[in-house]
Each structure stands twice: as structure tokens, then as C-alpha cells.
Design a protein around this ligand. Structure first.
Ligand SMILES: [Fe+2]
Ligand SMILES: [Fe+2]
Length: 306
């Protein structure tokens, strides 16, 4: 099974930018967007990524959030049109929200409505713990595809100005434990997908980190996982989390649309080859802006846990 992981697309439509209302928190976000972000995040990179994914014939695409900048309805609609060009369709593409998709509270509702079929949970994986829908919603979602169980977590909600931290929450952590321990997933590769980094120095940031990273790590320690992937930092991050069953790789992928003359951060996505319940190998596909193509493979060691 070939799984592609991308993140932090920050797709911007000019139409959306023109209608910025600069109200409340969006004023700061809007200014930042117009002065910096819009120059460095290129929608055409995602168009090229979609073409590459369609040509490559991957089995599943996973995007760990920040599809928008300011969580405007128009931005989600714009992003959705681009995702719909993936020939795999929503059954073969999983999208999680990131903090930018929850930049303001209504962003969560826009994501839930507009990206609904990219974030469905499989039949039999709804939670019967009596939680009010406002608390944890349907999360985590579980999508089993060809022996791989993708467990998608939502960490994002509106946070104060100048902050971008995330939280899994007790309810979702309990459900994550149940999913990882579920006998239906025995023998499968369990891939836990989360926007915020759950391990390493950046996870500990009070401004941008994951508040309940220790509780998350405890769930992984107890139940194990075959892989954890995240976004948010727009950098190639490689960490690990300990588990009773052995060390779990935690891989963060840089932005899929960024290009600003920094070769190590140029838009890219990661491809995992997975079989027999484990990750066999992975490599990166990197964008070339001049050639308008993701046509460069960067090899990575299969074993990063050392
Ligand atoms: Fe981001
Ligand atoms: Fe983020």
C-alpha cells in the first residue's frame, strides 16, 4: 500500500483574499497573509502535487491540516475544488483540520461541512461514549484501507492572538486508546495522523506546541502504533515516541506549497510503502517551481529510530 502524506497547503484564492473583512483576529492574520504568507505559499504547487499523485498511482493521500489560511468559507470551497481533482476521490483521500482551519471558531464548522467526505469515519467506528458533539465530535476518525488503519485526530480550535497551540483532549485520547487496542486492527499498520507535533522540542512550545503531548505519548506507549505523522511546523521533523512494543517513528512533513529559495523547505510530500502491518520504506517528492513538477525523489533511511 502506497500512502502519500502532505500538509500545510495554506491554499489562497485571490477571490478569498479580496473579500477579507479584517474583522477581529483576522486583521492580524490578514496582514500577515498579505505581507508574507501569500508570497511563499503557491497554489500551483498543490496543482502540480495533485497531477503527480494522479500519475504516480498512490493508494491513499493523507493531508494533516492547514488547508486554508484564515478559515474563510471561500478558502475551504477553493481548497475543496483542488482536492476534488485527485482521481482517488474522497474515499481515497483523508484530510484533517489544522489550527489555521480553526483560526476562528466558525472555521471548524466550515471544515466539517465542506470537507465532510474527506473526513468520514468508517462504518462501525462511531463513538458511543455519550460525549456531547461539541466536545470531541466524530474524532478521531478511523479509515481502514488495504491493511492500513489511518486514525485521524483533530487538535485545532481557536486560540488567542499570536498563539497556535493544539490539544487532543481527554475524550479523544480515550477513544484513540480504544482504536489502537481494537482487535479489528490487529495485524494492520496503524498510522496515527495529527496536525501538531506530538514529540520533540517543538511539541513543548507553549505558543505552538501540543498541550497534552504527555497524555498522547502515554496512549502511544501503552498501545503502540506503527507510525505517527504530523504537520504544523513546515519542517522535516523526525522524532520518536517510546512504546511497550518498541519505538514509534514520528515524522513531520514540510509544507506542500512553500517555495522561498530555501532548498530544505521547498514544497514536498512523503510517500510511504507499507506492507504486512509495517512501514517498509519512505521517501520525499520535491517540487521544482521552474519545471512545474514534483519530479525529484529524495531517499530517506527506512529506520529513523536511533
Ligand atoms: Fe501550517
Ligand atoms: Fe499549523
Amino acid at each position: 500500500m502506497r500512502l502519500a502524506h502532505c500538509s500545510d497547503l495554506h491554499l489562497l484564492s485571490l477571490e478569498g483574499a479580496r473579500t477579507l473583512d479584517f474583522a477581529s483576529k483576522r486583521w492580524i492574520g490578514g496582514m500577515n497573509l498579505l505581507t508574507n504568507r501569500g508570497r511563499h505559499y503557491h497554489t500551483e504547487a498543490f496543482e502540480d502535487m495533485v497531477a503527480d499523485l494522479n500519475a504516480l498511482g498512490v493508494d491513499h493521500v493523507l493531508c494533516t491540516g492547514d488547508v486554508t489560511n484564515l478559515a474563510f468559507e471561500q478558502e475551504f470551497r477553493f481548497a475543496r475544488v483542488l482536492f476534488d481533482r485527485l482521481t482517488l476521490g474522497a474515499h481515497g483521500v483523508t484530510v484533517l483540520p489544522g489550527n489555521h482551519d480553526a483560526y476562528v471558531d466558525e472555521g471548524r464548522a466550515h471544515f466539517a461541512a465542506i470537507f465532510a467526505d474527506y473526513a468520514t469515519t468508517d462504518p462501525g467506528w462511531t463513538w458511543d461514549d455519550g460525549a456531547p458533539s461539541s466536545e470531541a465530535g466524530p474524532w478521531p476518525i478511523v479509515r481502514v484501507r488495504a491493511g492500513v488503519a489511518i486514525i485521524g485526530i483533530s487538535t485545532s480550535f481557536q486560540t488567542p492572538w499570536f498563539t497556535a497551540y493544539g490539544r487532543v483532549g481527554e475524550r479523544q485520547l480515550a477513544r484513540l486508546g480504544r482504536a489502537l487496542a481494537d482487535p479489528r486492527l490487529r495485524g494492520m499498520a496503524r498510522v496515527v495522523a495529527i496536525h501538531h507535533p506530538p514529540a520533540g522540542r517543538r511539541a513543548r512550545s507553549r505558543i505552538r506546541g501540543l498541550k497534552d503531548r504527555e497524555a498522547f505519548a502515554a496512549v502511544i506507549a501503552l498501545h503502540g502504533a506503527e507510525l505517527v505523522v504530523h504537520g504544523h511546523e513546515h519542517r522535516d521533523l523526525r522524532g520518536t515516541l517510546p512504546a511497550r512494543s518498541g519505538v514509534v517513528d514520528v515524522l513531520g512533513v514540510p509544507s506542500g506549497t512553500y517555495e522561498a529559495g530555501k532548498p530544505d523547505r521547498t514544497a514536498r510530500y512523503r510517500v510511504f510503502d507499507i506492507g504486512d502491518g509495517a512501514v517498509i520504506s519512505h521517501h520525499l517528492r520535491v517540487w521544482d517551481r521552474d519545471r512545474r513538477a514534483f519530479d525529484r525523489d529524495v531517499a530517506e533511511p527506512a529506520e529513523l529510530a536511533s
